[in-house]
Design a protein around this ligand. Structure first.
Ligand SMILES: *Cc1c(COP(=O)(O)O)cnc(C)c1O
Length: 465
């Protein structure tokens, strides 16, 4: 069993070498000031060619392996019944343990279908903290999202090893308030992105399952970064040190009726998604819906070659050296920042470092968008692109129309898989430390344009004088 076969025990060094390179543009601070102004101080609106190190997201930004690229050449671009669909389906069964599956063009397409199939108007969907697209699809289907994550998740300084856990008392309270028949399913993600990439434990899944069985509530899994969660379970949870990543992943999935995956994360491809389930009725509905919104159920908005790259990516995502390097690279970045006193969310997450903007820019009032401000300052200083995960991402309350001020006001530095080296990380650290030392001179932002849905993607801001 090749679980912990590492060349040098202490090093997280890359288990691959570089075969193809993509040059990046080097820019000046004056040039970046102009760029960020044109982009309305929203890092989503920057041109990627003006970015030096792009830590906006780990979504679809991965470097594929030579095997995956070779797989792309094996694309069977038939309209129906592509060979690649069947190799992908085999791997969905093998790694996630779900018998039924439809491919989708992205994760949110699967979220759309799951929400429309399972939710009735007036329902409640509990979840271990919200995710932007997940919650929006639940709301568009007529449900109210209810956060049932443990309190520690909202505290950036708590050292709880499993801050992604569900609080059963909160779940019980919801069931008592609205009745289990108003709760079609509980949605569990791991590691929890908005909490700082924090995992749940296997024990918590067992406890949630006991509760849900008693109340006849289904469990659905946002398995987008499930392999990172499996790695944390292997590292931190009693009884799992000798289990392999594929064994832990399969055990995690065994608790759920179904799951969706954005293949743009764990699977190390640039596009794709999955909806998989053990419920044949849900599968049949999804298979029918997919032809309305995505394409035939054997390609779901993807090319055959994309499905082949996903199938191979699934084999690589569970390789111990790959997942270890991924998580340890992020940990390295976080530890470097901590050495310089930069406030980050603890413990360090699986896919990203989250700067605590409330502490970093505590001199700014919260109405001036601390995290949005910090993300644009980091870009100006260094050309490193990060993302706001705070009040702008949280949007407005659909009932009151007010800003939702989450307890966590964060800037996310997200690491694409197999893309950047340790030297890139050292540059990023140097730049953020410089902004930190100069933080008292940073001015806030005001919002000048606000789109109706998922506003963080397109909102515009001006710098206050
Ligand atoms: C990215 C992501 C999604 C949405 O997937 P897309 O492929 O971007 O549509 C859903 N849930 C989580 C946890 C994600 O990270």
């Amino acid at each position: 069993m090749a679980k912990k076969k590492v060349v040098v025990e202490a090093a997280w060094a890359e288990p691959f070498k570089i075969k193809v390179v993509e040059p990046i543009k080097m820019t000046t601070k004056d040039y970046r000031l102009k760029c960020v102004e044109e982009a309305g101080y929203n890092t989503f609106l920057l041109k990627s060619e003006d970015v030096y190190i792009d830590l906006l997201t780990d979504s679809g930004t991965n470097a594929m392996s030579d095997r995956q690229w070779a797989g792309m050449m094996m694309g069977d671009e038939a309209y129906a019944g592509s060979r690649n669909f069947y190799s992908l389906w085999d791997n969905v069964k093998k790694y996630y343990g779900m018998p039924y599956f439809v491919p989708t063009h992205q994760g949110r397409a699967a979220e759309h279908m799951v929400s429309q199939i399972l939710i009735k108007k007036g329902d409640y969907v509990p979840g271990n903290m919200y995710f932007t697209t997940t919650r929006l699809h639940q709301e568009l289907a007529g449900a109210t999202f209810v956060d049932v994550i443990i309190d520690e998740a909202h505290n950036p300084d708590s050292e709880h090893p499993f801050k992604g856990n569900v609080d059963l008392k909160k779940l019980d309270k919801l069931v008592k308030e609205v009745g289990a028949d108003k709760i079609p399913y509980i949605c569990i993600a791991g590691p929890v992105n908005m909490a700082g990439g924090q995992p749940f434990s296997m024990q918590n899944l067992k406890d949630v399952q006991t509760f849900c069985k008693e109340h006849k509530i289904k469990m659905w899994f946002d398995a987008t970064r499930a392999c990172e969660n499996a790695f944390f379970i292997q590292e931190r949870e009693k009884g799992y040190a000798d289990k392999t990543i594929p064994q832990i992943l399969k055990e995690m999935c065994s608790f759920f009726e179904g799951l969706w995956v954005s293949a743009k994360k764990d699977l190390m491809v640039n596009i794709g998604g999955i909806l998989a389930t053990r419920n044949k009725k849900v599968y049949e509905k999804a298979r029918n819906m997919v032809v309305v919104y995505e394409g035939l159920h054997t390609y779901g908005g993807l090319a055959g070659r994309d499905m082949e790259a996903m199938a191979i990516g699934m084999e690589e995502m569970v390789e111990y050296d790959n997942i270890r390097m991924r998580v340890k690279q992020v940990e390295y970045a976080g530890k470097q920042l901590e050495k310089h006193g930069v406030p980050i969310v603890r413990p360090i997450g699986g896919h990203a470092i989250f700067l605590n903007a409330n502490k970093f820019l505590s001199h700014l009032p919260k109405e001036q968008f601390r995290a949005q401000t910090l993300a644009s300052e980091i870009y100006i200083e260094s050309g490193v692109r990060a993302m706001e995960r705070g009040v702008v991402s949280a949007g407005r309350d659909p009932k009151t129309g007010d800003h939702r001020y989450p307890k966590l006001e964060l800037v996310r530095l997200t690491f694409p898989r197999r893309v950047y080296t340790q030297a890139h990380i050292d540059v990023m650290v140097e730049a953020i430390v410089k902004v930190y030392k100069n933080r008292k001179n940073v001015k806030g932002l005001k919002m000048t344009y606000e789109p109706e849905y998922l506003r963080f993607f397109q909102a515009r801001f001006d710098r206050l004088k």
